[in-house]
Every structure is written in C-alpha cells, then in structure tokens.
Design a binder for this molecule. Sequence first.
Ligand code: BGC
Length: 769
Amino acid sequence: MKDYIEVDEWKIIEEGFNPHHNKVSESIFSLGNGRMGQRANFEEAYSGETLQGNYIAGVYYPDKTRVGWWKNGYPEYFAKVLNAANWVGIDIHIENEQLDLAKCEVITFRRELNMQAGYLKRNFTAKTASGKIVEVEAIRFCSMVDDEAGAIKYTITPLNFSESLTITPFIDGDVVNKDSNYDEKFWDEIKKESWNDGGFLQMRTKKTGFEVATGMLISVLQNNAPVKLNTQAVTKEKYIAAKFKLQTTEGQSITIIKYAANLSSQNYAAADLLIKLKETLVRISKKGFEAMLQEQAAAWAEKWKMNDIIIEGDVSAQQAIRFNIFQLNQTYTGEDDRLNIGPKGFTGEKYGGSTYWDTEAYCVPFYLSTADQKVTKNLLLYRYKQLGKAIENAKLLGFNNGAALYPMVTMDGTECHNEWEITFEEIHRNGAIAYAIFNYVRYTADEAYLADYGLEVLIAIARFWSQRVNWSADKQQYVMLGVTGPNEYENNVNNNWYTSTLATWCMKYTMEVVAMVKTADSAKYAALVAKISFKEAEETARFKDIVAKMYYPYDGKQQVFLQQDGYLDKEQILVKDLPAVDRPINQKWSWDRILRSCYIKQADVLQGIYFFEDQYDLETIRRNFDFYEPRTVHESSLSPCVHAILAAKLGDEARAYEFYLRTARLDLDDYNNDTEDGCHITSMAGTWMSVIEGFGGMRVIDGKLSFQPFLPAKWQSFSFHIGFRGTILNIKVSKNGVQIKNLSGTETSVLVYDKEQTVKANDELLVEA
Ligand code: BGC
C-alpha cells in the first residue's frame, strides 16, 4: 500500500520525484483513447526503473506457449498485448550531457493527470551532474477526437546556462515485451523515412502480420517564435529521428511540438498506411496543439456529462471514482466490435490477451448505463463472432454437437491460456457470457438481439454444460467434476456451487429464449435450428433433466451453499486470525499451502448470489455473506466490489463503504502492491458498480429501474447519470432524500424504495428521506 498521490477532485497528482514509485506512476498516469495508449514514460531518456509501454488496440502477437509439462488441449500460443513503437521519445543533450532524471538532482517534480480535460502534464527542474539546471514542462495526450493521433508539447528552459541543446525527437520500434516467452522481438521493420520535420516507421508483427505505421511531425519554437528547422536524419534499424541543435540563452525557452499518429493495417490496406498516416499528421499539425487540446477537453466534457459520479464531502472518494471512470473510458470506447477491455488496458502487459470473463461479469453493467446500447451490443457481438472458435475449442477438449467453450483469455477467439486448472477447468466464464446476454436484454429490452445472435450463443453454451456434467449413480444426481470456480485458490474441485448454479441457469435461460424466439420470430428460429442442427425436443429434454436433478453442495448445519464438496474439511481459520506477515498469501505462501487452505481469493459463492440475488431471501444472503466474507482475502481486484454491493444490500453501510474504498483506490494507493504491472482496468467497472448498485441500490426489476439508495456517512451527497431505454436520468442522493431528474423528452417511472415514482419529461422530483 502506498500513499503518495495527492488528493484532488479532478486531478491525479504526484509531487516530488521518488524513483521507487516510478513504475507505479507510469501505470497510474497512463493515457489512452480506446484505439491506442501508453504508460506514462518520460519523453527524455530515463535510465532508472521503468517499463516502456505503447500499445495499439487489437494488435497482438501469439507467443509460443511455454510450459514445463505439455498437456493435450493446451493452446499452442498465448496472444500477447504487444508493446509497440515508442512515439513519445524526445532525447535532450546539453552539450554532451544527456538529460536523464536518474542521473540528475531532481529539484522539483510534479506529474499531473488532468482527468477533466484528458491530458498528462509533467513539470520538473533538474540539475545535471555538471551543474546545469533546466526547467521542463511536458504536456501530452492521446486524442479522443482523432483516435489514431497523439501530441506532445515539450518546453525546456535553461535556468543557469546558455549553451547548445541537441534535441532528438524519435520513433523507436526496437521494443520488447517484458513478458516475451523466448526473449523474442515481435516486430520486423518494413520501411521508414525521415523528413526534415519528422518521419515514420512501418513495422510488421511476426506471425500475425499486423502492420503499424507510426509517424511524427515536429515544430519548434524558441522564446515563442517559430524556428526554421534544419534537422539531421538519424536512422538505425527500427528507429528514426530528426536531430537538431539550437543555441540557447539562459531563461529563454524552447518548445518542441511533436504530433504523432499510429495507423494499423486492421483499419487500412497495408499499402495505404503511409498515405493515410501522412494525411493524419498533416491534418492534426494544421489544427495545432492548442486546438487539439481544446477539442480533447470538449470530447472529455461530453464523456463526463454522462459518466461522471459527483461525490460531495469526500475529495478522496471523488478523485478515486473519477480515476476509475477515466481509465475505463480511455480503454474502451465501444465503436469497434473487434476490440475489448483488457484487464490492464493500455497500462501494462501483464495478463496478455484482451478479453476475460471480466468484460461480461463486470464491465457490461458500466457500459450499459453510461453509453449508448450499441457499445454493449458490440461487446456481445465480439463473442458472437468468436462462436466458431469457441466451438472448435470445445471440440479440442472432446465436446461435440456444437458445444462451445469460450476461452479463458483471448484476443481473437482462440484460447491463449495455458494452465490446465484454469484453461480446462475455470469454465464458469462460459456462464458469464450467457449472463451478459441476459443482462443486456433485461436492461435494453432489445429482444431482437436474441433472435439475431443471442440464442445461437446460448444454445452452444447450454450444449457445453449439458455435456460437461455427468450422472452420479451414487448420488442419483448430476454432478460437475474437476472445475475451478472464480476462487482460483482452489483448483480441480468437484461441484463448485457457483459453476453448477450458473450452468443450470444457462440451460433454463436458453430454454426460455428458445420459447421466446420461436414465438416472436418463427422464421428466424427455424433458420437457426437448421443452421446449428438443434434437436429441440431431445436437447431441451436433457437440459430439463439436468436442471431438475443437479447436485449442489450445501451445509445444513450452517445453512450455507458450500463452495465445493469438502470445503468444510479444510482448517477453518478466519482471515482476521491470519498474521499480517502472511498477507497477501499469494506472495507469502507456497501454492500448495494456498490450495489446502480455506482462503478464498475472490467472490465465488457470493458471485452467484450477486448474479441471482432475486432468487434468495435476505437471510440466505446474510448467512452466506457472513460465512464467506471472513474467509476471503480479496487478492483479486474483482473481489471487493461484489462484497460492497452485497454488504449494501444487507444494510451494512460501514462495510459497504470499506469495500468501496478498497476497490476505488486500489491502484491509486497500490493496495495489492502490483500496480507497477499496470492498472486493474476491469475491476474499475466494479468500482462503478459499488456506487451505483451498492450505495445507489440500482437494479432492473420488471423492465424498470429500481433504487434503494443510502448515503455513506462521510458523504454529503452523490449523484450520477443513468441511461435506460432511451431516457437519461440524473439521480442525486443526499440527506434530503433522492432527487430524480428526467433529462429526456418522455415521461418515465422508476421505483424508489420499492414505490413507483413517475417523472415527467424534463422534470424532477424528490423522494424525501
Ligand atoms: C482473477 C480472474 C480474472 C483475471 C483477470 C485473476 O486474478 O482471479 O477472475 O479474470 O485476474 O482480471
């Protein structure tokens, strides 16, 4: 845990330079625009601890799997999020001395992420080894308007000397992935050019053949007057630069504006990349840095209109929730159904792949309420388009008849995870995909989606579950053996309650949707039946039989659902009785010890209760919460949010708030000591859920929004916008009660504390506390 980020409503601020925090800050201060993004690496050289990272959405490399002991069914490759050309670099030499903060005395240092306007600003004053003092201000952003472009304004002022500066803006494609399995470099150079005012580099990924052209145009001002550039081209393999020398005068600044763009062959024919790149560079440089920055602020203002959560009375909580929302919007904008939300977004490499069950279980609710419904639809279509690969994946493991097992981790639909206990066994991810379809339709009422796409996915998933269970002659029930639940601190268990519950729910829901689609659009239904050879009577008979005769572990004494068979055989020492030196157990204990312990990594039974809350009475929820939470170490970032929502549901406001703080400031305070690898982007959607579904108590009930809000003791109020079926509501919870503003032109009704309230078009009402 760290505590160095300064508290501010709209900014993330680091004051003073601590090299030990640098990699953490590089993650926290990351920038992105859904299409590309990068860690907050310095523009000038830095020889200290750093993790260079520039990423282009959807551009990946299938790194050959490396495992000690090969198991049949393992995927051959692991798709890595690819570190791409570094376009932010501006090397500075003062005479022969390179500016490098690791070798300077850093006199002042401030890094600021302006979330309101969407840019990163860094100011420092540093003294070089030979005593030269410079002042630098660097502002940069990844444009939300031109999502293939970014820009940097780098101003350097000599404070105690008048000597020549050699300035080298560059693009460096000679980059590596820290997590490369065979220390291989993933890019080949295709071509490059240098121009007097910039240059470009075109690279191609090995194996996948993605081509990315990265270009820069530069302009320079000295003491605010344009400088006629006379640069020297520097080229080496995978590198271009435009180097120039300027005589400086003490106190007079030099400003380098670097316009950059990254274009990928995903969106253009490779042969056109250069032309399109030049067009982009010319277009943005004509606009100019200041105009781009203004556009950026306007684009973010538009996002914030719908996305912001305003918290009065707690600046730290305000900063945290905005940070989460900011990062989510930087990661995924929802226009492209080939893209998804990687757990680290554009902030790091760890985890590879871009899509986990995190998207369906955690991110979908955020995008459903804060963005146009096409954004969530695109997330669902991403999986729809990968159905063929999910069927192939299941086939590889021995399933048939069109059964689909979606990958644990993927880029393009191919499984790229390779630990048998997760790849083959953490199959609950399949259920989350079905649940997201249900959630989307429940929220939007877009039932046409079911006939067009959803049902096909649901049947394939239900087929998988129906083959994955087996009949136990002993129990005279169906069982599900050899699985890993969301709690990855238990592997290869039998009858994980969550997985079994989700499996039978999938089959029930599939049957409901079969009936719906058949009635609503019999022609489409018939076409689907033919396309996938669905033997309705026979297959649904099996689904029904499994639903009726499934075994779920239960402990009658404590009246709780059992996480899996045998869970109570474990030594039951609660987390509160674990010595602090043993935490986090995933860093302090052997895997063997973890597996034999009763400790739970993240919500497992409670994840199921969260999904299917309306099936359980409050006492059942309470008993299970009181049993499982004290055994949960919350070592996955996805854990606290589910607990916050359930604690809120149970009326335990203090605990709900405690869990909220833990999820909201997870990265800002480096709670799990791992933010240096990247931010926990997908769990940020969970933070949003903690506020909206936790403190706001928002649910969709029978096609209506329902709220059961409470105000955390420390807050004066909180408010947020929700988009729902064509209406936009602003909800404000304060000591006075719950104010609902209807910002749209149609009347709507919502439930507040279970009572229906009708709000006229463009009107508001207050439900008093
Ligand atoms: C969690 C998974 C999650 C993954 C990516 C793991 O630590 O246990 O549930 O899908 O991280 O966020």
